[in-house]
Design a protein around this ligand. Structure first.
Ligand code: GLY
Ligand code: MN
Ligand code: MN
Length: 461
């Protein structure tokens, strides 16, 4: 666990209050969700709420009051569950409003039971309401009810907010630039996941020896279990998303997560798995041979994807636009597809007609942070230059770089490439001078993978 950094969260709230200028913001956390009958899914707080509070309990709402009037002050108010000995015996510790106020540095805290009574009062005479309409119909109903209550007081001289601003859009802008505190967490999250990928390669190599000797099959979900073990053992609270553990042809299903097949000698294994550390996601994909040695066809395509990834990582630097890494990856992939007789035509023709999409149908990355597909715009309104209106990369941005190649059997495809699916994904921080690959500890060259797996095998023979 990281020490709670009160100042960090207060600074985030103060920044949002300054951007609001004047008005009231309502930011609820996520509800608990039933999995079946009376069992819940593991609870995960709302990322926007957590970003501003550091508070992980359900049934909580943050209210911010921004005032440009020098006589009144900005305020951060938390509504949360009361202390309740009976419930705490069953479900565990709750802060309660009193302890939450001092621990998390709010100006005021109240019981969540007071929300309906207090919100119309807090919304009264505010010029603007900062609230994200459409994110939750339950909250939309509540907020509309409070708004109508304030409007009913018009003849008593009370005014209601005249406009509603999407508060998430303001927070998204803040979240796009990571602070040193966030970068530290992301580095650690990346490191845990990188270690887990290395261990998975060693695990499969060791198991492979046994499987061949004693007919012990290695199952995809057995490898997935290794990831969960490594994540939890190293301080992560959860996987950041459902792990993809895809042997052989399963890797050509982009979001494969059945993870229930037996690995086969001669196949590749694609694993897309990352963890969450204090809310911050890592997102890594590695692809390696089940038996520890790439076949010539596997090696050809792997080296191609790796070259495209290196080119894309090089293009992830300040002042380049968002699409530069994707374009750099495509240049290399398309030339390779032509050389390997997967695509026909010149590079320019294949880029133009999009026939490469038969083998590379996704984009090269996404923002990364509290959400694995993190918030933040990929385009800007102005200025538009020859590159279009892609967002410009800035120090503090964090993104993934994840080119791939997925070859389904087809008449127009050389048979030795059939059913090979490869993706190589790293997490990258844009720095002042270029970038830092946060996941650099996960091995990825052919030589390093083969050496690591040979070493693990030798220990099991
Ligand atoms: N793991 C999800 C992704 O790579 O986008
Ligand atoms: Mn990703
Ligand atoms: Mn991924």
């Amino acid at each position: 666990m990281t020490m709670f950094n009160l100042k960090e969260f207060q600074a985030r709230r103060n920044q949002l209050l300054a951007n609001m200028v004047e008005g009231v913001a309502i930011i609820p956390t996520a509800p608990e969700v039933i999995r079946n009958r009376d069992s819940h899914y593991p609870y995960r707080f709302d990322s926007h709420f957590y970003y501003l509070t550091g508070f992980k309990e359900p049934d909580s709402v943050l209210v911010l009051i921004a005032s440009d009037d020098s006589k009144s002050e900005n305020k951060s108010i938390l509504f949360c569950r009361d202390k309740d000995m009976e419930r705490e015996i069953w479900d565990g510790f709750r802060y309660g409003p009193e302890a939450a106020k001092t621990t998390f540095g709010f100006d005021e805290t109240y019981s969540i039971a007071q929300l309906d009574d207090m919100l119309p009062k807090l919304m009264a005479n505010q010029s603007k309401l900062f609230y994200s309409l459409g994110a939750s119909s339950d909250w939309d109903v509540k907020v509309t009810g409070w708004l109508n209550k304030v409007k009913d007081l018009a003849r008593a001289g009370v005014s209601a907010p005249e406009s509603i601003v999407d508060v998430r859009q303001l927070i998204d802008v803040q979240r796009l630039l990571k602070t040193p505190y966030e970068i530290d967490l992301m580095r650690r999250s990346a490191n845990i996941a990188a270690g887990a990928h290395n261990r998975a390669m060693m695990f499969v190599a060791g198991k492979f020896v046994k499987a061949n000797q004693n007919e012990y099959a290695i199952k995809e979900n057995e490898v997935e279990a290794e990831f969960l073990h490594e994540f939890y053992k190293n301080g992560s609270q959860s996987p950041a998303y459902t792990s993809i553990v895809a042997g052989g042809a399963n890797a050509c299903t982009l979001h494969y997560n059945a993870n229930n097949c037996v690995l086969k000698n001669g196949d590749l294994l694609l694993i897309d798995a990352g963890c969450e550390l204090d809310g911050y996601a890592s997102d890594i994909t590695r692809t390696f041979p089940v038996n520890g040695k790439f076949s010539p066809a596997q090696k050809d395509l792997y080296e191609l994807v790796l070259a495209s990834q290196f080119a894309a990582i090089d293009a992830a630097k300040p002042n380049n636009h968002w699409n530069a890494p994707h374009e750099a990856a495509l240049e290399i992939l398309v030339q390779g597809f032509i050389d390997f007789k997967l695509c026909k035509g010149t590079k320019e023709e294949v880029l133009e007609n999009g026939s490469y999409r038969q083998f590379y149908m996704h984009r090269t990355g996404h923002w990364l942070g509290l959400d694995v597909h993190d918030v933040g715009q990929y385009t800007i309104k102005e200025p538009k230059d020859k590159a279009g209106n892609w967002a410009i990369l800035e120090p503090g941005n964090t993104l993934t770089v994840e080119p791939g190649c997925y070859v389904r059997p087809a008449d127009n495809v050389p048979e030795h490439f059939w059913s090979i699916g490869i993706r190589i994904e790293d997490d990258v921080l844009i720095t002042k001078t270029g970038n830092e690959v946060l996941t650099k500890n996960a091995v990825k060259t052919v030589a390093d993978i083969e050496a690591l797996m040979a070493d693990a095998k030798s220990k099991h023979v």
